[in-house]
Ligand binder design. Sequence first.
Ligand SMILES: *[C@@H]1O[C@H](CO)[C@@H](O)[C@H](O)[C@H]1NC(C)=O
Ligand SMILES: *[C@@H]1O[C@H](CO)[C@@H](O)[C@H](O)[C@H]1NC(C)=O
Ligand SMILES: *[C@@H]1O[C@H](CO)[C@@H](O)[C@H](O)[C@H]1NC(C)=O
Ligand SMILES: *[C@@H]1O[C@H](CO)[C@@H](O)[C@H](O)[C@H]1NC(C)=O
Ligand SMILES: *[C@@H]1O[C@H](CO)[C@@H](O)[C@H](O)[C@H]1NC(C)=O
Length: 616
Amino acid sequence: MEVMLIGFFVVWMQFMILGKAVHPGCECLVYSTTHGKEMGTFTSPDFPKQYAQNIDCVLYTFIGRPNEIIQIVFLDFDIPKRSNDCIRGDYLKLFLHLNGGEVNEYTPWETVLCGSLVDIPTILYSSGPGLVLEFHSGNERSNSTGFSGTFRFMDRRLFKTGGQKVSGTTCDYQFSSTDSSSSSYGNFYSPKYPSSYPKNIKCSYLFRARNRERIQLVFEEISLQKGDISCLNRADIIRIYDGISPGDAAIKFLCNEGAEVEIFSTGSNLFVEFVANSDWPGHGFKARYQFLPIEDNFIDLDRFDHARPKLGPSVSETRSSCDLSFTSDLTKNGTISSPHYPDSYPPRTTCRYEFEGRGKERIRIQFIDFQLYSPQSYVGENCNNQDSVFAFVHVEGRTDKIDGFCGNFFPKPIMSNGPRLLLELQSVFGGQNTRGFKAIYTFTENYGITHGSQIPDYPCAFVYTCNESKSGYFHSPNYPGLYPRDTECHYFFYGNENELVQLKFDYFDVEGVQPCNSSSASDYIEFSNYMRIDSKYKRRCGQQSPFLINSERKFFRVTFRSNDRLDGHGFNASYVFLDKSEVNTIIVPNHTSSAEIKHVYYISNIILIIFFCKFK
Ligand SMILES: *[C@@H]1O[C@H](CO)[C@@H](O)[C@H](O)[C@H]1NC(C)=O
Ligand SMILES: *[C@@H]1O[C@H](CO)[C@@H](O)[C@H](O)[C@H]1NC(C)=O
Ligand SMILES: *[C@@H]1O[C@H](CO)[C@@H](O)[C@H](O)[C@H]1NC(C)=O
Ligand SMILES: *[C@@H]1O[C@H](CO)[C@@H](O)[C@H](O)[C@H]1NC(C)=O
Ligand SMILES: *[C@@H]1O[C@H](CO)[C@@H](O)[C@H](O)[C@H]1NC(C)=O
């Protein structure tokens, strides 16, 4: 600590000498080299002791070479928050998009920081060779210690978007597999990445593969806005379409934060759109692309005798003989089973069934027979060290086990969160007079939701109109199985003039606890009379006994959103469109309190509705 303090005073003296500031009245510290070390450090005056009051301004100026950008990382941060926008009292102002190291009172700044380390983005980048921090303290006393951090200079060419920039546009790019100047793989980034992207921009990235090729994208980092608000209500969003424009089917929308999201095109085109209209731009995104040949003889089903794994004469732990791969290019559905099904499967064997879909396809496994051997003594729950079937998916760069089954417990359907799923049969004991399993696999685009009309404008959205059906059912993706992770589905209800919709949730199990937001890492259901967020309705999560929800308008929206961990079985609900006037004229006899009337009406209207609809 002692050494650090002395070190600081040396620099402090240095800035006194450099004190002829670009900004009159400011004291300046200039950092243009890390002195051969990987990174340098900077601190607030007197750190780690409390800083003085009434510091008009201290400018920390970082200047790199023309093709360099600057990364700063805050290690400590303690500046009292006196207002929400931080601009009153003490603050640290950031200038990230500078050409040189000069600022004056007219230079636009990007953001102002105050609070503690958890309130601020701890890693920040400039978009050019200059970055300036302006520190100011007011006249209120505080015990705050200020900040400390590290800085380093990086080559900005590390973050160059491949492809061809479309001339006359600010940030539209084309990537063509036939174009000899583009390679078959590369990277693309949000504008100014890794610095924050500018406000009010719209960029597009169009990928064009050759015939019999497709495009694979991996969004390695998505860092737009913090929180878990639905992508429907986010001003900063990445939309991916299975073709050449937003007129094509939506594969996936990305908002908030995430990592390692993999996308395959169905055909030879893919369109990515990035829109940013928020007031507080985030860090952006980083993605890689690759043009891949479509292999048409990936698996010869006949050879595999309807996809039953063949085992060589000497079955051993080497599992290669019973591993199978399925892509949706060949067939959209089929069956899989354990080796020798319906006879006993061998002991000490692992069979892997790998699935790879494309576009918005998810993989769904529905078992039709399931009987694995388990010793009578087995009472555990997680099926470890048992003959079992496990399902795995990729989530944010991890491989997560999403479900596991053993014994006679009949499995519910399984659904992937993206284009890949791995099913693994792990046999320890061997069949011993059990049949093993048989299941249907499907590459599905409808998320296992068969009621309502799916619309292509969103990755997962279903429409229910009163003209089509006055009443019916709707449920969560993959119901009654566990819903998939990182999935957002919308249910839009359209009634006629003077109608409203009533929903009755019969089953509700959405993993989370109050307040059902990212603070409690919850999945949730949101209700609204509009496309936008409607503060009239609270988010719901957890396990709930049956409940009713009414709309107040002819339009109603239900949005389901799951995060990247822990799942539930979702919900099963019914809907019914009611005529407002008819609802209001219901005569409930012998009840005087309005609360009671409401209660009776709620219980009885499911029956009443059917009556109303008949008369329409
Ligand atoms: C500063 O710290 C002292 C001693 O811990 C405390 O008495 C005082 O209230 C603090 N002042 C402020 C403004 O937080
Ligand atoms: C696969 O899909 C076809 C066409 O939709 C259907 O006729 C067939 O029954 C399905 N097979 C299985 C095993 O589900
Ligand atoms: C239902 O049909 C009527 C008559 O065709 C039409 O005017 C109305 O807009 C439709 N309602 C909805 C919600 O689509
Ligand atoms: C979650 O909700 C609580 C209560 O409404 C709120 O205080 C908190 O800030 C919310 N967290 C996030 C991350 O939105
Ligand atoms: C949802 O609940 C209804 C009524 O209990 C039932 O008829 C329907 O089959 C359920 N849906 C599913 C997918 O289980």
